[in-house]
Ligand binder design. Structure first.
Ligand code: BTN
Length: 236
């Protein structure tokens, strides 16, 4: 893997998109992002001490039929590495947020350009949070009472993502799916699903084999939701 470092940049995802000769498995990381972006057009607070990085992944790494699994595949690789590194129990909030108990430790923004997936990953490590937009966040430092080496975590996560792509190529999605299903943060919870102008209440009912969120709607009927421009909140 090749690594490109910036002290300060608007967004590592934006930068990755501008590279004219993109090389797969290039990792762009920054100490600080001034214009960090999250899913659904939100901004992503990226102050010093966190891991803010983007991996360029060739779209030939995965069959078109499996594109819908990519958010979960990458989420699973991030979750697995964080649990391995810290010995703590992290879960996946579908499609690809990483949670510790009821707080978000990591978020993933996947974009597609040309023949590449631009996978942006933010992990709260030693950074300060609590300001606007990070109220529900938690940092590894608080979870584990240790300061972790940010570069080591970036490299470890990037390698693990590559490894998870190898696994799916080798036909091991079943194994990853079982792992994800056992770490499904939303399972059994009352949720609200927000989709552009509409919102609906439901109960989360697991993840389908092809990566959709299974829900029971208010009439008790099962439905499956595709990730995309939707967000899911716990209905407290
Ligand atoms: C989310 O949870 O909404 C996704 C957050 C993704 C943040 C990362 S940080 C590195 C990369 N660059 C960005 O601008 N965003 C992603």
């Amino acid at each position: 893997m090749d690594y490109i470092h910036f002290e300060n940049i608007d967004s590592t995802n934006n930068y990755a998109k501008t590279i004219s000769n993109k090389k797969e498995w290039t990792v762009i990381y920054a100490d600080i992002q001034n214009g960090g972006r999250g899913r659904n057009g939100k901004s992503w607070v990226s102050s010093k001490g966190g891991a803010w990085f983007t991996i360029i992944i060739g779209d030939n790494q995965i069959k078109i039929d499996d594109y819908g699994k990519i958010p979960l595949l990458i989420g699973a690789a991030v979750r697995d590495y964080l649990s391995f590194k810290t010995s703590k129990n992290f879960t996946i909030k579908w499609p690809n947020d990483i949670y510790y108990e009821d707080k978000k430790c990591s978020g993933i923004l996947i974009e597609k350009i040309e023949n590449y997936f631009i996978a942006g990953i933010g992990i709260n490590i030693n950074n300060k949070i609590g300001e606007k937009g990070t109220e529900n966040g938690i940092v590894l430092k608080e979870i584990c009472s240790i300061e972790y080496d940010v570069i080591e975590i970036i490299k470890g996560v990037a390698e693990n993502i590559k490894y998870y792509f190898e696994k799916i190529k080798l036909g091991k999605w079943q194994e990853i799916y079982v792992e994800i299903s056992g770490k499904d943060y939303l399972f059994g919870k009352d949720i609200i699903i927000f989709e552009s102008l509409s919102e609906k209440k439901a109960v989360a009912n697991g993840i389908s084999y092809d990566g959709r969120l299974k829900i029971k709607n208010q009439k008790g009927m099962e439905e499956e939701i595709l990730s995309g421009d939707i967000s899911v909140k716990i209905n407290k």
